[in-house]
Write a protein that binds this ligand. Sequence first.
Ligand SMILES: *Cc1c(COP(=O)(O)O)cnc(C)c1O
Length: 433
Amino acid sequence: MTDKTINTDIQNMYEILGISPKVLDFCEEILKTLKDRFVEFDCKAEYNQLKVINAMHEEKVSDIHFSSSTGYGYNDIGRETLEKVYARVFHTEDALVRPQITCGTHALALALFSNLRPGDELLSISGKPYDTLEEVIGIRDSTGSLKEYGITYAQVDLLPDGSFDRDGIKKVINGKTKMIAIQRSKGYQTRKTLSPYDIGDIIQFVKGIDDRIIVMVDNCYGEFVEYHEPSDFGADMTVGSLIKNPGGGLAPVGGYIVGTKKCIENAAYRLTAPGLGKEVGASLGILQSFYQGLFMAPTVVCGALKGAVFAANLYERLGFKVVPDMSEPRYDIIQAIEFGSPEGVIEFCKGIQAAAPVDSYVTPEPWAMPGYDSDVIMAAGAFVQGSSIELSADGPIKPPYAVYFQGGLTWYHAKLGIINSLQKLVDAGIVKL
Ligand SMILES: *Cc1c(COP(=O)(O)O)cnc(C)c1O
C-alpha cells in the first residue's frame, strides 16, 4: 500500500465514525503544528518507561509476583515486591500500594489521619484543597472529619500569579503545624497546576522554617507527566489514585502513598490496624493489573498529554479560552475549555461520549449531583467505573461554562474523541469552520 491509500483508508474510517472531511482537515492542519510538542512528550514517556522498567529489574519482578493471596494475606511477596517497585520509581524509602485503598480521596485521608494527632494543625499552602477533602478536613462539617478529632486546619492561598505566598506561609506556621499539604493539580479551579520543581523549592523553604514539618503532596493526575515527581524533592508523602495515571488504565481500583518509612508505617497501621500494618491485606488476584498498569502508565500519560495539547490548540484557535493555553508547559493531564454557553459544554461532552469504546450509544445529560451546587454533565465510556485516566469529560452547567477533560488510554482514541467533540459543535452550529 502507498501512503496515499493508507490516508484514504483512515479518512474513510473517520467518515464511518461520523467525522466530516472538513472537520478532519481542520484538525489535521492543527496537528501538523504540534510535532515538537509531541516529541517532548515522547521523550518524557521514554525516560519514565525506562525508570519503571529499571525498578522492575532491580526488584526481579517475576510471574510468581502475580499470584493471588486470600484471607489475611500474610507473606504476599507480590504485594511486597510491588510496593518496593513503587518506592524505587518514586525514589522513596517505602510505599503503600493497595486495592484496599478505595480511591484517591481515601489515600489522601489515610495519609492525613495516620500522621496527624489531636492538637496538631494541618496547613494547606496551595489554597482550597480538592472538593472531596473539604469533608475529610472538616472545612464542610462532616462526621469523622479531622476537625472532629481535634485537628485544626489553616490555609494560605496561592498568590494571584499562581506562585506560593512565602510571607503568608511563614506567618501562619506555628508550633502546632504538624503537616503541610500541597495539591499539585488544579482540580476544578482555574489556577495553574504546580510543577514538581516549584513544589521542591517550597518544600525547602518550609523545611528551612521547621524541618519537623511533614510535607504531603496530592499528586493526582501528575504522575509521569514530568521527569521528576514531588517525592524527588523532599515530599514526605506523595499520594494518588490508581484509577488515574499510575494505574495505566489497567488497575481496576486502588491508591498509593509513597514516602518516608515513618509516614508509610503510620499509614499502614491506620489502613489495617496497629500492630498489623503492612503485614496483612490480601491481594485477591489483582496484582498483575497493578504491575502491568504501572508498566503501561508512562505511555498512557503521554497519549493523554497529546490529547490535552491537541484540544488546547484546536479550541484556542477557534477563539475559546483554554487552561492551560496552547503553548504552556504541562504538569498534569487536565485540560479546561471555556465554552461560555451550556450548549457548548453539552455538545463537547456528547462528542467525547460518542467516541468511547464503551457506552458510545448513550447520550450524556446534565443532572443534579450530590455535593455540587449546579447541574453537572459527565461523559465517560470507561472500562473501569469512574476511571479518569480513560478519556472523560465533565462540566458544571454554570458560568463560565467550562468543560474539564482528561485521559485517553491511547492517543488515537483521545484524538478521535476531540475530533468528534468538534464535529458535534459544528453540527449544532456553535462553531463555524
Ligand atoms: C481525583 C482527585 C482527588 C480525589 O480522587 P478520587 O479518586 O476521585 O477520590 C483528589 N485530588 C485531586 C487533585 C484529584 O484530581
